[in-house]
Design a protein around this ligand. Structure first.
Ligand code: NIG
Ligand code: FE
Length: 428
């Protein structure tokens, strides 16, 4: 039998757990993982070339001279997390609003008096692009140390052509050369900017005629997103903006049914969106439409928790309805100031009621599907990019059971060891 050459071997893995394939996992298959005890992984030139029992590795893999061995020291290996929904390039935090909410104010009330998203718009407009790209870079380091190797990141705190472009340029600069793969999304339809308060149609026109064409011309986004909500955009406005984006070659995502059943999941299905996200209030018809169209349903249970919404995210309903279910942080300063996919795993199990194995698939393979990347990442198997994480726990259940505390020991991104002993390694 011919031997497999490799430049990196990961050994000493007590348990390796991964979904498999390039298709999203649905229904009863969502929680079907390949689990290998006493496992090893080998990689070559950024790709996985072997996954199996460590004793087989010795039989079939040849480590090249100069290749390295990473000892997992009894840790558990999972695919790198794919965080399919974040609002990464923002400036300023909103902890004072959090205090107000603890005293009883609601998210919508705070938004209605000019706080909320618009206060982050003011803070983000006020910083230079270079400051914003530094923030992006340091946040990506933080996410990497928490085991995230692919992250979607939205604009939406600029709300003018110039400021949206600034956010997306800062994102591109901050992500350049970083081990975390960044998937950029244009979210100009996030909130109505104050200057357009009396002329909503003019803002929609601006997005369609000026901002989207410029974003596309500069190659700054892969997707466009819109927030459908009583305080943001109507279904018709979102249809116009996302339709324009789609006709210029962007993929589509929707902030859907977060605070009420708005019919936004149905819109996502109608547009052939890559994902419909939030879905706290999704209707049964919305779930059916998503399943029929193969639109990923992205749970954001950290936002449900942080907004103290008195409901359960519709995890089980989506699974049972045959929707490809993913889960993500929604990292942003207002509704989810949390960049930890480990925390999200716990919320996904305890609030949305997925099993540990279902939540793992939702945070990896299905999230990669939601970002159009399930052929490349989201699982630890031969042929995929070598994105994997060593967690310092004896088995995968500990990630959720000992909730809230990350225990990332090492991260491999595209075949390079980029985190060791929990520290992001300096990049030369
Ligand atoms: O996904 N829902 C709308 N947008 C964000 C919140 C943004 C903010 O509050 O700044 C979300 O939850
Ligand atoms: Fe969001």
């Amino acid at each position: 039998m011919s031997r497999i050459p490799a430049d990196l071997a990961v050994v000493g893995i007590s348990e390796l757990a991964t979904p498999e394939g390039e298709a999203p996992r649905l229904g009863a298959d969502l929680g079907r993982l390949r689990v290998v005890r006493d496992a090893a992984v080998a990689c070559r030139e950024g790709r996985i070339v072997f996954v199996g029992p460590e004793r087989d590795l010795r039989e079939v893999v040849d480590l090249w001279p100069g290749g390295r061995t990473l000892d997992a020291r009894g840790g558990t290996v999972l695919p790198g997390f794919v965080d399919a929904h974040t609002h990464l390039p923002f400036a300023g935090w909103r902890e004072s609003e959090f205090d107000e909410r603890l005293r009883g104010a609601t998210y919508s009330e705070i938004a209605a008096r000019g706080g909320g998203i618009l206060s982050t718009v003011a803070a983000t407009r006020a910083v230079p692009e270079a400051t914003l790209s530094e923030l992006v870079r340091s946040r990506l380091d933080g996410m990497l140390a928490l085991g995230t190797t692919t992250v979607e990141a939205k604009s939406g705190y600029g709300l003018s052509t110039e400021d949206e472009i600034k956010q997306l340029e800062a994102l591109r600069a901050g992500a350049s050369g970083h081990p975390v793969e960044v998937v950029p999304t244009f979210l100009g339809a996030h909130a109505l900017p104050a200057a357009f308060r009396d002329d909503r149609a003019a803002y929609v026109r601006l997005l369609v005629e000026e901002t989207i064409p410029e974003v596309v011309r500069r190659g700054l986004a892969e997707y466009a997103d819109a927030f459908v909500d009583a305080r943001a955009f109507t279904l018709d406005e979102a249809r116009t903006v996302l339709g324009a984006a789609r006709s210029r070659g962007l993929g589509v995502r929707v902030h859907a049914d977060q605070l009420a059943a708005d019919g936004a999941a149905e819109l996502a299905a109608e547009l052939g969106a890559a994902s419909a996200d939030h879905l706290e209030h999704v209707s049964d018809a919305g779930i059916e439409a998503l399943a029929r169209a193969g639109v990923a349903g992205v749970l954001l249970p950290a936002a449900t928790f942080f907004l103290m919404q008195d409901l359960r995210p519709p995890g089980r309903r989506l699974v049972e309805g045959g929707v490809p279910v993913a889960t993500a942080t929604d990292f942003n300063p207002g509704s989810s100031p949390c960049e930890s996919m480990i925390a999200v795993l716990s919320f996904t199990c305890m609030l949305a009621r997925l099993s540990v194995d279902e939540a793992i698939t939702a945070a990896t393979l299905n999230a990669a599907y939601a970002l159009g990347r399930a052929d490349r990442t989201g699982s630890v198997e031969t042929g995929k990019r070598a994105d994997l994480v060593v967690h310092a726990v004896p088995n995968r259940r500990h990630l959720v059971y000992r909730f809230g505390v990350p225990r990332v020991r090492a991260v491999v991104a595209a075949g390079r060891v980029v985190v060791e002993d929990g520290q992001v390694l300096p990049r030369g």
